[in-house]
Structures are given as structure tokens and as C-alpha cells.
Design a binder for this molecule. Structure first.
Ligand SMILES: Cc1ncc(COP(=O)(O)O)c(C=O)c1O
Length: 419
């Protein structure tokens, strides 16, 4: 297909305005949000409690606590697992920053494990080598909605007496061996921020089946108090606490979106199938892979450019930006998800979270090494990927997904125009 790329003045494959915004808003959203606005409690109101119950039922979890972010729910997970100063928590080398900074939030020390290049998730075969006498927990991230092989992670955790926190912030409804993510580990965190599969603007949910973990998480969530805003509070601080509670308006929006979540997930999976079909034969692309038994939710369809095959191994990251720019000119909303691997971030390289090198300088801390050559797969992925969320989301349908595939085919067969 020899044709002028849009970035060089040609006609874009996808016309301006063809892609619809996320999330779709209808009468259910308006009714619930307006009813909250007319209500009496705009803080931790009735929609918050209802959202917790409805989300727990939807996910198949015994307990849920609604939070003001997924990051808050992750921090609650660290505390619920009993982690404290200078305890080590194993985490993937490539994710959103707060998959790892949540560990620092409780003075614990992250130990990074490289990813499996195929699935982009933690390389499960490398977890055991990272366990030390100070290890307390493992955070697994189901990145881009691709589930980690949770049976293997849970077996490792059981062998070593460790807790498992699932970062399911991107993975609502994804399943592994027929079971939803967020029900495998000892606890899990979900995010409801703008581009998540369940969007309430901002927000999150902590889930667990364990009463004691619930109690610890609740205490951290509401000022270190032992009673929730719906109980008669004594306003006494029993332990370190933050203010991680959700509010009624946001919970109302979340409840409305939850009623539509299964439909959204079905639509984005159907759209992803169409996109994948159109991309399968395109040379130079590496399509996403899920482990056997995993059903991704297609939160962020992330593919890699095979820079070795394309002759751009030396300038992989820079050339990837050129290709993504050319795709955007064709009307495809695509971009780099996270331009740094986690251990490369300054806070970890400097080993200073709270000043004076804390928590790494704590007397009980064991030295950890963040030399970047330990994470070659994460760096390789980081330099080669581009991802998409909105193009696969409802109300966008298979026609748009087919056009996205066409735009990829057009750009990939005219790369000489980008040299
Ligand atoms: C994998 C992952 N973990 C954690 C978070 C943090 O969620 P939030 O932005 O709601 O704090 C996000 C989203 O931003 C995420 O994608």
C-alpha cells in the first residue's frame, strides 16, 4: 500500500471526530449523580456504602472499601499485609509508578523483578530468587489487563509464607483459570480514574476476603481510627492513618458505571478481536500475549515494534515515537504508556523517600541493588511499545477497530517516509 502518510500531508485513515469519548454517559449516570447532589451527605454518604457492596458482589470478594484512588487502595494493601519499616516487597520492574511507590508509603523497600517480555508482567520464574529473609509480600500487577499466572504466584507465596497484593487497577473483569483477578491474592486494589474500565473520574477500591486485613486497611483509610464514618466515632487515633475515603458524588458515578461494566468489557474484547485480526499479518509488530488460562480485559491494547526486524535496534525508542506520531496523524489515539522502567525513577536510584535515605537507611534494612542492567526485558518493552485505550472502548465499535488496524497497516508499509 504505497500512499502518502497523513503526517506527510496525505489523508488520515480515521476522520476527525470519528472516535467517541470515554466513558459513555447516559440516564443512569445522570439519575444517580443528580440524586447524590440532592442528598444530605456529600462526604462518606449512602452511595459509598452501596458502591462497596455492589463492587464486592460484582468482583466476588467478601469485603470492599471505597477509596479516593487506586494508589490509596495499594497502600492499604501494604498495611493489611502487615508490612512495616524496611520490610521488602517484591514488585514488577515495569508498571505505573504507584505500584512501587505504595511500598515506600509505608517505609518498606521495593525489590524489583524483571518482566516477562511476552506478557509484560512480572517474570514469575524470577520471583523466588528475589526473596530474602526480609521479604513480606509480593505485588503482582495485571498490567494492561493481562492477568499474571496467579496459581504459580500463590504457590510461591505459600512456600515462603508471603502475602500477595494484586494491583488490579487496570484489570477489572480479567480472569485467570476462570476466576476474576482481585480474588486470587490476599487483597487487591482497583482504580476508577479517567481511563480505567470503570471510570468515576478518580477513585479506587480495596478488596479482601480476610477480616483482619479489612480491619487494618480500614484503620489506615480513615485517620487511624477504628470506627468508620457510618459508626459512632470516638475520634481517637489508634495507629498511623491517612484520609483515603471516597465521597458520595464520585461513588454515585461509580455505581452507575458499574451497572454497565460487563457490557463495556464485552465491547472492548470484541473490538480487540477485530483489531488483532487486522494486525496479525503486519510485519514488524509484536502483538500482546497472555499466559495460558488468562482472559485479558483489553484495558490497554499494547503492542511492540520489532525494532530488530525493522533495522532500528539502535534508535528503538526514538523511532517508536516517530511511528506513534505517524499513527496519531492517521487518527489513531495511541501513545507511550510509561516511558521509564520503575527502578530507573529518581526516587529509587537516589534511595531517598523521606529524607536522610529513609527507608533504605533504616537500621534493619538489607542493602538492595537497583542496577539497571538487571531489567533488560522491562527496558526492551519500554523502548518499543505503544498502547491504545479509547479506540477499543464503547461506544466505539468494530468499524473503528478495523480502521485502527488499517492505519497501522498504512504506516507500517510506508515507514520509509519516516526515515
Ligand atoms: C497499574 C496501576 N497501578 C496503580 C494505579 C494507580 O491508580 P490511581 O491513579 O487511581 O491512584 C494505576 C492507575 O493510574 C495503574 O494503572
Amino acid at each position: 500500500m504505497k500512499t502518502t502518510l497523513a503526517i506527510k500531508g496525505g489523508t488520515p485513515v480515521i476522520a476527525a471526530g470519528a472516535m467517541q469519548k470515554w466513558p459513555p454517559i447516559d440516564e443512569i449516570d445522570r439519575q444517580l449523580v443528580l440524586a447524590s447532589l440532592e442528598g444530605k451527605n456529600h462526604a462518606f454518604g449512602p452511595n459509598c456504602t452501596a458502591f462497596e457492596q455492589e463492587f464486592a458482589a460484582w468482583n466476588g470478594s467478601k469485603h470492599a472499601i471505597t477509596t479516593n484512588s487506586g494508589t490509596a487502595a495499594l497502600h492499604m494493601g501494604i498495611v493489611a499485609c502487615g508490612c512495616g519499616t524496611a520490610d521488602e516487597v517484591i514488585v514488577t520492574a515495569y508498571s505505573w509508578s504507584s505500584s512501587a511507590t505504595c511500598i515506600l508509603h509505608h517505609s518498606c523497600i521495593p525489590v524489583f523483578v524483571d518482566i516477562d517480555f511476552d506478557t509484560v508482567n512480572i517474570d514469575v520464574s524470577k520471583i523466588e530468587a528475589a526473596i530474602t529473609p526480609r521479604t513480606k509480600a509480593i505485588i503482582v500487577v495485571h498490567l494492561h489487563g493481562i492477568p499474571v499466572a496467579m496459581d504459580q504466584v500463590m504457590a510461591i507465596a505459600q512456600r515462603h509464607g508471603l502475602k500477595v497484593i494484586e494491583d488490579a487497577c487496570q484489570a477489572h473483569g480479567a480472569t485467570y483459570q476462570g476466576r476474576k483477578v482481585g480474588t486470587w491474592g490476599h487483597c487487591a486494589a482497583f482504580s476508577f480514574n479517567q481511563n480505567k474500565c470503570l471510570c468515576s473520574g478518580e477513585g479506587g477500591m480495596f478488596v479482601t476476603d480476610d477480616e483482619e486485613m479489612l480491619r487494618k486497611a480500614r484503620q489506615l483509610w480513615s485517620f487511624g481510627e477504628t470506627r468508620t464514618p457510618t459508626q459512632s466515632r470516638d475520634y481517637h487515633v489508634y495507629a498511623m492513618g491517612w484520609m483515603y475515603r471516597n465521597n458520595d458524588l464520585t461513588a454515585a458515578f461509580g455505581r452507575a458505571q458499574l451497572t454497565k461494566l460487563d457490557g463495556y468489557l464485552a465491547a472492548q474484547r470484541a473490538n480487540a478481536r477485530v483489531l488483532e485480526e487486522g494486525l496479525r499479518q503486519v510485519p514488524g509488530l509484536i502483538l500482546p500475549t497472555a499466559p495460558p488460562g488468562a482472559v485479558p480485559n483489553q484495558y490497554n491494547y499494547t503492542l511492540r515494534f520489532d525494532m530488530e526486524a525493522l533495522g532500528h535496534a539502535e534508535d528503538a525508542s526514538a523511532f517508536r515515537y516517530h511511528i506513534a506520531e505517524a499513527l496519531r496523524a492517521e487518527g489513531v489515539e495511541t501513545g507511550v504508556y510509561q516511558p521509564f522502567i520503575l527502578p530507573a525513577m529518581t526516587v529509587f536510584q537516589a534511595k531517598d523517600g523521606f529524607g536522610q535515605g529513609h527507608p533504605w537507611s533504616a537500621p534493619q534494612a538489607r542493602p538492595v541493588d537497583y542496577a539497571l542492567d538487571q531489567y533488560p526485558a522491562a527496558q526492551k518493552h519500554c523502548d518499543r511499545h505503544t498502547g491504545m485505550t479509547t479506540p477499543l472502548r464503547a461506544p466505539n465499535g468494530p468499524e473503528l477497530a478495523a480502521q485502527v488496524a488499517e492505519a497501522f497497516r498504512k504506516v507500517m508499509s510506508n515507514l520509509d517516509q519516516l526515515q
